[in-house]
Write a protein that binds this ligand. Structure first.
Ligand code: AMP
Ligand code: ZN
Length: 462
């Protein structure tokens, strides 16, 4: 059974059959968090989509080399390189140093990934650990004549690249005509900073020497430089949220095109936004929904993962508490069913094929979930259903194998009776087993024999 894996590529605006550039491993880069605050559940929708993509690749038998960066310098409050540095601003907000908050929020981010069962990348890389690589990359762009200097930094001249903004299908003339944003000394509205100078009157917490003067790298160069270092100048898949299409990724492509002559990645994939009707979603707003907010409300973070599976990654998803409640109920139903099915037997090939078709159809998870529910309702033997759902869970990532119902505290003497009864049954001493069962019932408990073993609980009304 080979079912081609089709993925939507933003660059060509087409569904394309995925083939790895190098059969040894798929090379994938995902833009990571800017660690000036906690991640909100919107950010995490994008990381869940990328995790499903990674798992789908592995499900298709590919080894994946996955790199994720941590932006701990250079991202300004406006993606267009104006405003304050988010890290220095975050430091002022918290009374800590920029270095300290980078550490704190990167750690919190990794914890969120674990809570959502998002697989760790093969390589984490921090922008501040790769200043030399970024400077070398900028030198390469400078040597090719694509930069100019202003009072506040070194800029990439986008007008010199004939297809700048192709992926976003940017209307450059329209942008030029309608440029209302403060351009400063920039020559074109789409030009962006490669290196920013530290202010003359004060010392920044994060700054480095460079051939152009003391300062810090622009936000976009880190991804071009680090992806080239770990994955080479042309690799399989680059992803991020939809907001990256028009600025950040367009700029990454421009830099790499000039320096290496490639469009950086064979596939460009983007997750669409999670929207909240009234509550604010922006990390910069200070008041936003985090994984911790869900935990504080007694909600399992995996219910949020389940909620994300209900929409295709290329459509916006509206967040509502009712929707999340529904996802939590559905998840518990699925878990309880999988638990009751007991030990796995052999998986059902027909179901696996149908599930794979949905996953390989540009990660159509809503349809894949419909197949999951059909399996739940099917008449297949429990052991077959169990084995099949565990195969599905390699992509779903709902930790179905680990889950078990919350145990009521059954006193040790009752558990001892139950164990004696289990032994009696094993040894076919049926009378003894019955006596022991009656003792348990008299004590106010009941025993249910499940494929996975005997379950004891307080008798209703006892
Ligand atoms: P940041 O930490 O701001 O650099 O963003 C981290 C990731 O979250 C990026 O890939 C963004 O595109 C993505 N992102 C930001 N807001 C949302 C949202 N509301 N829904 C989904 N993804 C988002
Ligand atoms: Zn990036």
């Amino acid at each position: 059974m080979t079912i081609a894996l089709k993925l939507y590529d933003t660059y060509t605006r087409a569904l394309r059959d995925f083939e790895p550039l190098d059969p040894a491993a798929v090379r994938m880069y995902t833009c990571g968090p800017t660690v000036y605050n906690y991640a909100h559940i919107g950010n995490l929708r994008t990381y869940i989509f990328e995790d499903i993509l990674r798992r789908a690749l592995e499900f298709n038998g590919y080894a994946v080399k996955h790199v994720m960066n941590i932006t701990d310098v250079g991202h300004l409050t406006s993606d267009a390189d104006t405003g304050e540095d988010k890290m220095e601003k975050g430091a002022a907000r918290t009374g800590k140093t920029a270095w300290e908050i980078a550490e704190i929020y990167a750690h919190a981010f990794k914890e969120d990934l674990q809570r959502l069962n998002i697989l760790d990348p093969s390589i984490w890389c921090k922008a501040t650990d790769h200043i030399a690589e970024q400077i070398a990359f900028i030198c390469c762009i400078e040597d090719k004549g694509f930069c100019y200097r202003t009072d506040d930094g070194l800029y990439f001249d986008t007008s010199k690249l004939s297809d700048y903004g192709y992926m976003a299908r940017l209307n450059l003339e329209g942008l030029q005509a309608g440029a209302r944003i403060e351009m400063g000394d920039k020559r074109n509205p789409t030009d962006f900073a490669l290196w920013k100078f530290s202010p003359k009157d004060k010392q920044r917490q994060m700054e480095w020497d460079s051939p152009w003067g003391i300062g810090f790298p622009g936000w976009h160069i880190e991804c071009s430089a680090m992806s080239a270092k770990y994955l080479g100048p042309f690799f399989d898949i680059h992803c991020g949220g939809e907001d990256h299409i028009s600025v950040h990724h367009s700029n990454e492509i421009a830099q790499t095109e000039v320096c290496h002559g490639t469009r950086l990645a064979n596939f460009w994939m983007h997750g669409y936004f999670l929207q909240l009707d009234d509550a604010k979603m922006a990390k910069s707003s200070g008041d936003f929904l985090r994984v911790q907010t869900l935990l504080d409300r007694g909600i399992d973070p995996l219910a949020y993962r389940m909620f994300c599976l209900s929409a295709h990654y290329r459509s916006k998803l509206n967040f509502t508490w009712d929707g999340l409640d529904g996802a939590a109920t559905a998840l518990n139903r699925l878990r309880a069913s999988a638990f009751e099915w007991g030990a796995p037997g052999e998986a059902d090939a027909g179901f696996i094929e149908r599930f794979t078709q949905c996953v390989n159809d540009d990660l159509n998870m809503p349809r894949a979930m419909a197949v999951v529910w059909e399996l739940v309702k099917s008449e297949l033997p429990p052991a077959v259903r169990k084995a099949t759902v565990l195969v599905f869970d390699r992509v779903l990532g709902l930790r179905l194998a680990e889950w078990h119902p919350a145990e009521e505290t059954v006193p040790a003497e009752i558990m001892a009776l139950v164990e004696q009864r289990t032994l009696a049954r094993k040894e076919k001493r049926w009378k003894d087993a019955d006596v022991l069962r009656n003792q348990v019932i008299t004590a106010g408990y009941e025993i249910e024999d499940k494929p996975g073993g005997a379950r004891v609980r307080l008798r209703k009304g006892a």
